[in-house]
Ligand binder design. Sequence first.
Ligand SMILES: [Fe+2]
Ligand SMILES: [Fe+2]
Length: 168
Amino acid sequence: MDQGAVTSSYRADRDTVIKILNEVLATETVCVLRYKRHYYMATGIHAQAVADEFLEHAKEEQSHADIVAERITQLGGAPDFNPEGLAMRSHSQYVEGQSLLDMVREDLVAERIAVESYNEIIRYLGDDDPTTRIAMEQILSKEEEHADDMKKLLDQLGQDERFSEPRR
Ligand SMILES: [Fe+2]
Ligand SMILES: [Fe+2]
């Protein structure tokens, strides 16, 4: 009775799933920080639309982090929010980027890493933990949208050299 949502029909290795989810939590948290940084550095007359997109993504990455933390507790684990080692636990890197174009490029790299790792996790979970798998699938579809958004921005901004200049 002390196991909460986990019953004998749970087929996955719970400790491994919790460990994977904590890496996902770190990745999403790093994404929030990177998009926030990019948002505050991008504000300006020619960059407002891009800044708005960064802010929207920051909020969505935060909601992903919350979904993952919640699932970790349902599995009887503890979400790891320790800032120490955060970058090490994360799948993607925190890259600041000099110009607006650099920022979008870095975000695209990070989104593509997220898409790949969610795909791997979904395959690993299979039918052993359908609840976690469905959560991962929902987040994956958002990350694919994010990657697509960044690709489109990159194509638009790439045609305008103002966006290749360093921000400050
Ligand atoms: Fe995310
Ligand atoms: Fe994303």
